[in-house]
Design a protein around this ligand. Structure first.
Ligand SMILES: O=P(O)(O)OC[C@H]1O[C@@H](O)[C@H](O)[C@@H](O)[C@@H]1O
Length: 292
């Protein structure tokens, strides 16, 4: 069996949410929580302003029967239902096979300034993927929270993957929320993946499910415009797309793990590889999102 903590740490302790083991992180800079089920970041609160950056559904299922709704789900080695051989297959678990299994602690390091936690999934080598294709998530907690999804190909052949850090951000009111820094064309999943040009300002008036194709090392910021003028800054690299998702009212009502009005307080902004990357033998890829 995997041990999840093999030493005592001053900033990390283990706890539970129903059937799920969680790690609670308390440093001089932030408080955070990770579920080992899915390597799923549930909470990140910088001490500088004490404001929760992530949205977690009050109806999220915490018994491992389905992925957790909210926080930062890890989508790997495919995004959506698109197997990296570019086949759409509704029989596949949506967003890959690692967000609905237990992960274990690979390493924890603590310094004065930051705590780094690296997790890996208990089971690899599924759905046609060799177990030589491995994945790690490295969380670094300081004033910011960095989430790094590392894919390693220890096999002899190149492999194609897609992936995403499917972050659900906490917004005061979706009607008063604006994204700054995303421009250009996008594929609209609500309109048969037709291509549209993003209008400015980027505001929300209905169901939104968009893939914005980006170049690598793209950086952007989300600004929530509301009475408090709360901002969330998101930096990311290693992606080819930014996925923006809000299910709006009707779909929230249809989802058992979301409250009917849940869509008012969440917005997914995902660092994603939707077009696929070919990872050569012995190569590594890093997909990174940094939240502050
Ligand atoms: O319900 P799931 O599997 O967590 O997916 C949520 C959403 O994830 C987004 O990334 C997709 O673009 C949406 O189409 C999808 O509905």
């Amino acid at each position: 069996m995997y041990t999840f903590m093999n030493a005592d740490y001053s900033s990390v302790s283990a706890s539970y949410r129903e059937q799920i083991t969680t790690l609670t992180i308390k440093t001089q800079h932030c408080n955070a929580e990770i579920a080992l089920f899915g390597a799923h970041l549930l909470s990140f609160i910088p001490n500088s302003d004490g404001r929760e950056r992530l949205w977690l559904s009050p109806n999220a299922v915490m018994n491992k029967s389905k992925p957790i709704r909210g926080g930062v789900p890890i989508c790997w080695p495919w995004f959506s239902n698109i197997h990296p051989k570019n086949e759409v297959n509704e029989q596949l678990p949506a967003h890959g096979f690692v967000r609905n299994q237990d992960w274990h602690v690979h390493a924890i390091t603590e310094t004065q300034d930051e705590t780094v936690i690296m997790l890996s999934p208990n089971q690899l080598g599924m759905f046609g993927f060799s177990n030589k294709i491995s994945v790690f998530v490295e969380f670094t907690f300081s004033e910011k929270c960095s989430i790094k999804l590392i894919t390693k190909n220890a096999g002899k052949r190149s492999v194609r993957i897609t992936a995403a850090l499917h972050s659900y951000f906490n917004v005061n009111d979706i009607h008063q929320t604006e994204i700054l820094g995303i421009e250009g064309e996008y594929l609209d999943k609500t309109r048969g993946n037709a291509i549209f040009k993003q209008s400015k300002p980027y505001l929300f008036t209905g169901e939104t499910d968009r893939i914005h194709l980006q170049s690598d090392n793209h950086k952007f910021e989300l600004i929530t415009v509301n009475s408090n003028n709360d901002n969330i800054a998101i930096e990311q690299r290693g992606h080819d797309s930014v996925v923006v998702w809000n299910p709006w009212q009707e779909k929230s009502e249809a989802m058992a793990d979301m409250q009917d009005t849940g869509y008012l307080n969440m917005l997914c902004i995902e660092a994603a590889v939707t077009q696929g990357i070919d990872l050569a033998a012995n190569a590594e890829h890093e997909l990174v999102q940094i939240i502050s």
